[in-house]
Design a protein around this ligand. Structure first.
Ligand code: UGA
Length: 452
């Protein structure tokens, strides 16, 4: 099928490449010429395993192209809208201006009967008025939220856990009352769903479950998925604080919790908390929506998770101070890890960066490093002091802080690290070091939620 992808950031560039891999003819559109140039040369504008390969294949087959010209989408039957919806400055709510601009730019180029598929993360209530505007030009809208994780986005796009279709008409069992059912171009949702089924035919055949629901439900699925993941992380970090106060070990507690099938294994890693371009802003957006929808208890539940996450940074700064056994000001701190999680170069809302900045603000001389995120960290946070290698960061440090749990940091040889510095204190903010090995090599390991 002929497909366009509007917005080629983390989501859109992977989606475009994946759709070409499925055999479709895809044009990706972005307003940033530098990004388009990189993508057209087969290079991902960020670190994402497998994406360069997928881009290269699509470009070589001639099925994939990138452009800044929105007019190039005119012969596509299906248009995926993948623009960013970041947190608005000075507010918890999402900034939908890129989505509005994309819709306005797209509408003049839509052929009658075209299908627009919204993938951006939006507050509940966004899709329905957009659908009405598209219906005016004979186009149809499905809201099809994306659940891909950075670092696994190729896999998550080609083998999703579930595919959600938010449709204009109410679905049996949905609570939506059906107002304006036939106002959406008279096409309802079914014919549109059939078209999207063709796009995703291979994924559906491979067994990814597809759920149909109202626009509002689909919007809420995405917001609640990310917020629930945030709640889980904050929950185990709240238990980490209790463990600290009670002399228990949160890692033992988490290991036992994970074996309860009702609780599940994932998103119970205690430590420095969650960051990135999605969980924090989507949690904030849902807090703003709860306020707007007059759900005060929902708002306080979500707000507590947010506050617990913010407090993780102060907790790690406090541990660093304890490790120094003296003032932070004037000390030298090696910070290992800047990305918001391993296998990513993304430093948006990275807890690791925020801790490094807090230490620098307290007067520490910080030397921070990362295997993949140094260029993006340098660009976004030019005032921090960076080191190219672990050895460079650690040399002369008074304390070592492991902030992002890259495998290369887990596997560091404590004896070798000890050869670069006289410091023998390491703050293991994510609880990933082999404590026995580090202790045997003469180090004191301080971890949130774990007795020293
Ligand atoms: C997240 C969701 O996992 C995806 O499903 C979603 O599609 C995506 O946001 C999005 O909305 O686009 P991502 O931002 O790539 O994906 O990151 P996650 O893997 O979810 O990790 C988020 C943060 O939580 C990281 O900072 C990670 O270090 C932290 N985390 C995760 C913990 O602190 N503890 C855990 O147990 C798990």
């Amino acid at each position: 099928m002929r497909i366009s992808v509007i917005g080629c950031g983390y989501l859109g560039s992977v989606h475009a490449a994946a759709m070409a891999w499925l055999g479709h003819e895809v044009v990706g559109v972005d307003i940033d010429p530098a990004k388009v140039e990189l993508l057209a040369a087969g290079r991902a504008p960020f670190y994402e395993p497998g994406l360069d390969d997928l881009l290269g294949r699509g470009l070589a087959d001639g099925r994939l192209s990138f452009t800044t010209e929105i007019g190039r989408v005119h012969d596509a039957a299906v248009h995926f809208v993948c623009v960013g919806t970041p947190q608005a400055p000075g507010s918890l709510a999402a900034d939908l201006s890129a989505l509005d601009l994309a819709a306005q730019a797209l509408i003049p180029h839509l052929r009658p009967g075209a299908l627009v598929v919204g993938k951006s993360t939006v507050p509940v209530g966004t899709a329905r008025p957009l659908a009405a505007g598209l219906a005016d030009v004979g186009a149809h809208l499905i809201w099809n939220p994306e659940f891909l994780r950075e670092g696994h986005s190729v896999h998550d796009t080609l083998a999703p856990d579930r595919i959600v279709y938010g449709l204009g008409r109410p679905w049996p069992g949905s609570l939506y009352d059906g107002t304006d059912v036939d106002g959406i171009g008279g096409w309802g949702g079914e014919a549109a769903a059939d078209v999207l089924d063709q796009v995703y035919a291979d994924l559906l055949a491979a067994g990814s479950p597809r759920l149909k629901m109202s626009y509002e439900s689909a919007e809420l699925v995405k917001a609640s998925a990310n917020s629930y993941l945030a709640l889980r992380v904050s929950f185990i970090n709240a238990i980490s604080d209790l463990a600290d106060a009670a002399g228990a070990d949160v890692f033992d507690v988490a290991a036992a919790l994970r074996l309860d099938q009702r609780i599940g294994r994932l998103f119970l890693e205690p430590g420095l908390g969650f960051g990135g371009g999605c969980l924090p802003k989507d949690l904030h957006s849902l807090i703003a929506q709860a306020e707007q929808l007059d759900a005060p208890l929902t708002k306080s539940l979500l707000s507590a998770a947010d506050q617990i996450n913010v407090a993780r940074r102060a907790r790690v700064v406090e541990l660093t101070q304890r490790a120094l056994d003296g003032p932070v000001a004037g000390s030298r701190v090696a910070v290992l890890g800047l990305a918001f999680k391993p296998h990513s170069s993304d430093v948006r809302n990275s807890q690791s960066i925020l801790v490094a900045e807090a230490l620098a603000a307290a007067g520490a001389e910080v030397a921070a490093t990362d295997p993949a995120a140094l260029p993006s960290a340098r660009a976004a946070h030019p005032a921090l002091n960076y080191a190219e290698t672990v050895a460079d960061a650690v040399r002369g440090a008074d304390v070592v802080l492991v902030a992002t749990e890259w495998p290369e940091y887990r596997e560091l040889d404590p004896a070798q690290v000890a050869s670069w510095t006289d410091a023998r204190q390491v703050v293991d903010a994510r609880g990933v070091l082999d404590r026995a090995a580090w202790t045997a090599a003469g180090w004191t390991v301080l971890t949130p939620g774990r007795p020293a």
